[in-house]
Structures are given as structure tokens and as C-alpha cells.
Write a protein that binds this ligand. Structure first.
Ligand SMILES: [Zn+2]
Length: 283
């Protein structure tokens, strides 16, 4: 069996994205008493794809080394999710697993990948229902959870931390309850979206998930702080660009139906019928 130094190991980003949790007290106590018994699954670049919580417990117990298995799967994202299949998951975690599984097959083979490459190859996606089944959630529930998570992120963006956390808690307990709440407040607080503007507001959902992916990328870059590999990378410049991108998308996203013309188009909204966040904060 191999051993690795706990200091050198890093948790694979998909873990932070999907599960985002550390060791619980039982695990910390157990590792304190018996050490880490089950080896961690680690890639040759020191990223842990299974055993993030064990690593956390080991560090908290001051262990310098842990047993590891080295492996380099072709699709580490998918592998990380598969390793975590048996854990007891929250609804939010299941929904994020669903998103990772959906994304995992969405890249076409590249020339470097060799044998299956064809320039005309279309990205193959896992069917929505299959991805949902693997994540242990029904597809309609996963879609509802995704919409709730969208609102959780929006509340956080608007600085409503408490409301955001509260909604996230409800989501973890009961997806339908959280969804009802979200659907309810959206109807109460907003102008109904006129038929001809529906498309643009649907696109907004996609843009928001792009913005949240950029937020994740920012977190990943920040987590790399002090990593030896960064010697070759201009981390501050990348962070700066990601920031600009994030602002550009969130600020220019269609935000609300124009309150002055209710969607008909006027000078305030530049004849669009909807306003962007940037415009709202100015006026
Ligand atoms: Zn207007």
C-alpha cells in the first residue's frame, strides 16, 4: 500500500462543488482512535477523488500520512461522484451530482484522446433521466432543485445571506416545499413576464448558471493559493478576469420586466421591455 503526506493532498474540486462538507464528529473520533483504515483514492497529481472527509479527519487529528491508492481515471468528476454513491446525501448534494453527471459526458473526444476522435463528433450527454437515477433523485425533482438553487445563489448575490441559507436548508429537507416557496415569491414580487419576453428570461436561467460556474472557478483559483504549480500561472490576473466576467454576466443579465412600461418598451429600458441589474442599481 502507498502512503501520502496529508499536507500534499488536495481535495478534488468536484467534491467541494457537490458535497462541500468535512468530517463529522464520529469520523474525527474514529480516525483519532484507529487512524485511517480505508485508503484514499488519489490521482497522481495529489487530488483526492474519494476520501475527502477521511483526509479532513486525519488532518484534524494531526496525522502526517494517510494510506492511499493511486489511480488516474479518464473522467475524475464522474469517478468522484460514483465513489460517493453510497453516502447519505442531502437533496442539494443529489442535485449537484446530477449536474456533474450531466456535464461529465458533455465534452466531445479531443484529438489528444486518440482513438475515438472525429472532428465532426458531437458531445455525448448522459440522458437526463439516467443522470438523475444515478444521483438518486427523480429528474423533475432535480430540475426543481436546480431552480431553487438558482434562487439561493441570487439571494446570496443580493447580500441576503440569511434568507439564502434558510432556503438552502428547506431545499435539503424537502425539494417540493422549497420549490413552492420560490415559485410563490417569484409570482408575488415580480411583474409577470410578457409572452414575447419569455425567451430572454429563460436564457437568464442559463446565464445565471454560467455566473455560478464562474464563481466556482474563482473559488478553485483561490483554493490553489500557495500551490507549487502556480509558479507558472498568473493567479491574480486569472482571478481578476474571472471577476470581470462574473460582473459582466450578472450585471448584464435580464433582471426584471421594466416597471415603467411593463414590458412594452420605453426610454427607461431602451425599448427592450426589460432591465438589467446594472440599470437598476443606477436608478
Ligand atoms: Zn420600459
Amino acid at each position: 500500500m502507498d502512503y501520502a503526506e496529508t499536507d500534499k493532498l488536495q481535495v478534488h474540486t468536484v467534491h467541494a462543488e457537490v458535497y462541500g462538507d468535512g468530517a463529522d464528529e464520529d469520523l474525527i473520533a474514529s480516525v483519532g482512535k484507529y487512524g485511517v483504515i480505508e485508503p484514499l483514492a488519489v490521482m497522481s497529481n495529489h487530488q483526492v477523488i474519494s476520501g475527502a472527509r477521511r483526509l479532513d479527519a486525519a488532518k484534524l487529528n494531526g496525522l502526517k500520512r494517510v494510506p492511499v491508492h493511486y489511480l488516474d481515471p479518464e473522467k475524475p468528476d464522474e469517478m468522484a461522484v460514483h465513489f460517493n454513491c453510497q453516502r447519505v446525501k442531502t437533496n442539494g448534494q443529489k442535485e449537484r451530482e446530477y449536474q456533474v453527471l450531466r456535464r461529465a459526458r458533455s465534452t466531445a473526444p479531443s484529438p489528444e484522446s486518440g482513438k475515438n476522435f472525429s472532428p465532426s463528433a458531437k458531445p455525448k450527454r448522459l440522458r437526463r433521466t439516467t443522470a438523475a437515477k444515478k444521483a438518486g433523485i427523480s429528474q423533475p425533482t432535480a430540475d426543481k432543485a436546480a431552480k431553487v438553487r438558482e434562487v439561493v445563489a441570487a439571494l446570496k448575490d443580493e447580500g441576503k445571506q440569511q434568507e439564502s441559507e434558510k432556503l438552502s436548508d428547506i431545499l435539503d429537507k424537502n425539494v417540493s416545499a422549497a420549490y413552492r416557496q420560490v415559485a410563490g415569491t417569484q409570482d408575488a414580487n415580480r411583474q409577470p413576464v410578457p409572452e414575447d419576453l419569455k425567451g430572454i428570461f429563460e436564457a437568464r436561467v442559463k446565464l445565471r448558471s454560467a455566473a455560478s460556474a464562474i464563481a466556482t472557478a474563482k473559488r478553485i483559483m483561490r483554493d490553489l493559493e500557495g500551490h507549487p504549480g502556480l509558479a507558472l500561472i498568473d493567479q491574480p490576473a486569472i482571478l481578476h478576469s474571472l471577476d470581470e466576467l462574473h460582473v459582466a454576466i450578472t450585471a448584464r443579465c435580464p433582471h426584471a420586466v421594466c416597471v415603467k412600461c411593463k414590458g412594452k418598451g420605453c426610454a427607461h429600458c431602451g425599448k427592450r421591455g426589460w432591465t438589467v441589474r446594472e440599470q437598476e442599481t443606477k436608478t
